[in-house]
Every structure is written in C-alpha cells, then in structure tokens.
Design a binder for this molecule. Structure first.
Ligand code: PMP
Length: 347
C-alpha cells in the first residue's frame, strides 16, 4: 500500500498464473501448454515479419487475422474480435458486457480469473455450484442474472457440456450475454460458434495458446453477433489500439490455415490423454472424464498438496489449487508420451 495508489488498487486480488520455471530440465505439466511446437507455416510467416517494417505500427483492426478466423469458422469478419490472449478478450467482455445490476453467474469451480475480473471492474457475481459429479446443471442458471460465463470444457475439471446444453443456456436467458470460454474445446468438444447466428446473446471465446501451441504469442478471439463485437471494439479502442503486433497477426493468421498440423497435434494430445488417464486409474486415482488437454485427478488416500510437492522434488510440476472443494485434486497437463511416462515413474 502506498499513498500514490488509486484507492481501489489496495483491494485488488490479482490472478496467480501457474509457475513458469527458470529451470529447463523440469517436466512441465502445470499450465496446459501444447506439448509440441507450433505449425511450421506459422513460424515461417512470423520470420517473414522480422524486417524493417517493424518500425511501422500494425493494423489496429487486425483485419487479416479476423479474415482468417472468419474463413475458418464460416462466419463474417464483423462477428470476430481479437485480442492479446483470450485473457485480454475476457477482460474486455467483463468490462463491456457484464457490468449490470443483476449478478454475473459462473460455476463455483471454473477459471479462477473470473472473480479477479469481477474485482477489477466492480461486478457483482454469484458462484453456481457444480453438481456432485462436477458437472454444470443448466437449470441452475435459469434465474435473473447480469450475464453467464463458463469454460467449456470446464477448467480445471476438464468436463464437457454438450452443445445441446450450451444452446439451452443461451435460449433460457435471452436477455443476458452468455459467454462460452472455449480455450480447450479442440481437444474433445464441438464449438458453440455453430450457434452464434441463431443466438444474438451468445459469445464464444477461443485462444491460440492451447490447440495451436502459441501460448507465447498471446492471441485470443471472440465470435458472436456484431453488436456484441462492437462493444468489445469500443472498449479495446479506449484501452489499447494495437494489442496484436505484426508478428502475432501474421503467425496467428497462418496458424488457422495449417489444418493438417492442427489435426495431427490435437489427435496426438487426445491419444496421450487416454493413455495417461488409464495409467492413473490403474494406480488408484479417480480421474474426471476429460475433453481437454489436461486431466483432473485425486487419490483416495494420498494428499494432493503432498503429491504435488513430492513430484516437484522429482522434477515434475503439476497444478494444485487450494480452493476447498477441489483441494484434493491435481490438474495435470497432457504432455508428450515421454513426459507422461516421467510423471508415472515419479508417482
Ligand atoms: N480461459 C481458460 C479457461 C483458461 O484456462 C485460460 C488459460 N489460462 C485462458 C482462458 C486464457 O488463455 P490465453 O490468455 O492464453 O488465451
């Protein structure tokens, strides 16, 4: 606390990201990155940007990237918003679409950045408990609200809500914005982008950090009705005109064109996940059904925090959350078969 701070800063409770260790010999299974490198076409497109043109600002509207996203999903560019990681896109959504009288609803177990944005923007929220199997119950959201947001698949559980249930959520709250945070959708679900033309209150966010292996590039996006996108553009253009730099725009646009790399990468992760789940179950772990590039597991006898600490001593890092309801779970990112084997050996 300092006398120089704006008063609200004292009460902020910032998000704590997973550790990015300086040591390079660790088996890093703690922040859900892709285990393989990005598309070679994306890397090539980025290399081509490393020239004297970097003295020029990028396109503030990122039209080339929006066009690539629009083509990929079969929507119009006016239905696409892009930002510096989906975290920034989410920040603008909270700021521009969720500041209403009624409380924002999201699952009690979900992305821990949501309550942080509520704190930053002064948004009232009500956590809605997942059921005893850690699933979202659609009927629990059928009440007055100032917006709804949830990850699908959910994080950190990995559980998928079927597309029909997502549609029901959008249909039963036509007067509020329903945001589906699809950071992990490519590892096992069907995108709700297919529904945005029928539900003007539905907004879908995605990221290039997971299934496109570009977490270091910081590119995320939202797709929805042009009126929702316009709100995000207004907020963005009141905050930072150039969130997507020249290198990022070229790399992200190229990544959407490399469908072969994308398919191969995600199929490899899905196959590794299934092997890992089976191996953990053999060792007595309860593993929630995962449609993501991570799994959420607990052991009936061993304390999760202790397992995480001991794994770290052996050079394997996984994520443990202190939140009471999930304090006995570990979230483990799916690595390469070699990394997953190192985890199993350490266990
Ligand atoms: N949503 C969820 C559910 C996530 O787990 C993450 C990754 N921490 C994000 C959004 C943000 O990802 P990024 O900012 O890298 O796009």
């Amino acid at each position: 606390m300092s006398k120089f701070w704006s008063p609200f800063v004292q009460n902020l409770v910032p998000y704590v990201p997973g550790e990015q260790p300086k040591l390079t010999n660790l088996v890093k299974l703690n922040t859900n990155e892709h285990p393989y490198g990005p598309s070679p076409l994306a890397l090539q497109a980025m290399r081509e940007q490393l020239n004297d043109d970097l003295r020029l600002y990028p396109d503030p509207n990122s039209d080339r990237l929006k066009q690539a996203v629009a083509e990929y999903y079969g929507v119009r560019p006016q239905q696409v918003f892009v930002g510096n990681g989906s975290d920034e896109v989410l920040a603008h959504i909270f700021h521009g679409l969720f500041q209403h009288e009624a409380p924002l609803l999201f699952p009690d177990i979900s992305y821990s950045f949501y309550p942080v944005y509520c704190g930053l923007y002064g948004i009232d929220f009500e956590p809605v408990p997942l059921d005893e199997h850690f699933q979202i119950r659609v009927q629990d959201y059928a009440r007055a609200n100032g917006g709804i947001i949830f990850p699908n698949p959910n994080a950190p559980t990995g559980c998928l809500l079927p597309l029909e249930a997502v549609e029901q959520l959008a249909a039963q709250s036509p007067d509020s914005v329903v945001v589906v945070d699809e950071a992990y959708i490519d590892f096992g679900g069907a995108t709700a982008i297919a529904l945005v033309d029928r539900y003007p209150n539905l907004l879908v966010t995605q990221t290039l950090s997971k299934s496109r292996a570009l977490a270091g590039l910081r590119v995320g996006l939202a797709v929805g009705h042009p009126d929702l996108i316009e709100a995000l553009e207004r907020v963005k253009n009141s905050f930072n005109s150039y969130p997507i730099d020249r290198v990022a725009e070229a790399g992200a646009a190229a990544a959407f064109k490399d469908v072969a790399w994308f398919e191969q990468g995600r199929q490899a992760v899905i196959a590794s996940r299934e092997t890992l789940v089976a191996q953990l179950r053999e060792r007595g772990f309860e593993v929630l059904p995962s449609a993501a590039n991570f799994i959420f597991a607990r052991h009936p006898e061993q304390d999760a925090a202790q397992i995480a600490a001991k794994l770290r001593e052996k050079g394997v890092i996984v994520r443990h959350f202190k939140q009471q309801r999930i304090a006995q779970f570990l979230r483990i990112s799916v690595g390469t078969p070699e990394q997953n084997q190192a985890l199993i050996a350490a266990l």
